[in-house]
Design a protein around this ligand. Structure first.
Ligand code: UFG
Length: 329
């Protein structure tokens, strides 16, 4: 039996595929390679196509004997989602609807879902727990919350169990140095900081220094991508062991400001990182920190690369080995 990973050529998807393969799982990857990279798929069987294409998914489910799905395929840029809501609803929500329907048709009863802290919006308090209010402030967060809710209804109607993993700020790269973060265009803090250290950018723009935080810049909970990958594998085992549908936060429970990340990167790289303080970016909450106690308790998850230095170091290894990221084919 195989695990189907949608979006397995993307950043977190590719690290999860690597982890599944390392644990001896048979893996089928579905990706349309619109934002994913063929080169990021280092093992498993890649089926190129779109999750909105039901005929294509039917073919994949007919060809392979699939026991569970790990679902990453989605657009994930907060800023873009605000100006192109239709694009996000179509791919994220409609795409998930097609996937769940095909799972129902083929009797596949387990799905692990890539969700986000963006489902909470502006938090009521930190650290955030799973029962806190969900009021997304972006279309992206709204589509992910809708996808979670779809899964709940599919569970009720068709007995498809889901685990939704709400990640905070994913960063870092695989220890092999073969896979890492490569978004085009890049909008995430850690890669932009490291591209600045490499001299590919003149400076890093800090979005706002007037937030109610110690140094005035936004605070985030950075979590190593391989620790996220581990959590997906644990969630899969949880479902295979008969666990019921549930939602878990994934983070280290520790917050770092934008300036702290830049300072850490200066130490790790030994290079100066020119910084320009500019206006706030729309929609950024001041502080996002996870309580991941539930994932630790129920899934037995325990992040192993939980120091910011470790996370930045691993990202730096990837950026220095592959300064221009994946080679596009
Ligand atoms: N930042 C800068 N300059 C940059 C890029 C980012 O100052 O050039 C700041 C942002 O304002 C933010 C922090 O660095 O305060 C982190 O920004 P990222 O874009 O790296 O990450 P976000 O916190 O905005 O987004 C992440 C995920 C999203 C998810 C969101 C949940 O990437 O998918 O967390 O709130 F939706």
């Amino acid at each position: 039996m195989a695990v189907l990973v949608t979006g397995g050529a993307g950043y977190i998807g590719s690290h999860t595929v690597a982890e599944l393969i390392a644990r001896g799982e048979e893996v089928v990857i579905v990706d349309n390679l619109e934002t994913g990279h063929r080169e990021a798929v280092t093992a498993g069987t890649l089926e190129i196509g779109d999750i909105r294409d039901k005929a294509f998914l039917n073919e994949v489910f007919t060809k392979h004997s699939i026991d569970a799905v790990i679902h990453f395929a989605a657009y994930s840029l907060v800023g873009e989602s605000m100006v192109k809501p239709g694009k996000y609803y179509d791919n994220n929500v409609s795409g998930t609807g097609v996937l769940l329907d095909v799972m129902k048709d083929y009797g596949v009863k387990r799905i692990v879902f890539s969700s986000t802290a963006a489902t909470y919006g502006e938090p009521e308090r930190v650290p955030i727990v799973e029962t806190d209010r969900t009021e997304p402030t972006s279309v992206y967060g709204e589509t992910k919350l809708t996808m979670e809710r779809m899964m709940r209804w599919f569970d009720q109607a068709h007995d498809i169990q889901y685990v939704s993993l709400r990640y905070f700020n994913a960063a870092g790269a695989h220890e092999s140095g073969q896979i890492g973060e490569d978004h085009r265009p890049e909008s995430h803090l850690v890669p932009i900081v490291l591209q600045t250290a490499l001299g590919q950018r003149e400076e890093i723009t800090v979005f706002g220094s007037d937030y109610p935080t110690a140094d005035g810049t936004c605070v985030r909970d950075y979590i190593h991508v391989s620790d996220l990958a581990d959590a997906h594998v644990l969630a899969l085992h949880y479902l295979r062991d008969g666990g019921k549908s549930d939602i878990f936060n994934l983070g280290n429970g520790q917050g770092f400001s934008v300036l702290e990340v830049i300072r850490t990167a200066e130490q790790v790289t030994g290079r100066p990182i020119p910084t320009a303080i500019r206006e706030r970016r729309a929609g950024d909450p001041a502080i996002l920190i996870a309580s991941a106690d539930k994932a630790r308790r129920v899934l037995g998850w325990s992040p192993r690369r939980d120091k910011l230095e470790q996370i930045v170091e691993s990202a730096w290894r990837w950026h220095t080995a592959r300064p221009h990221g994946y080679i596009e084919s």
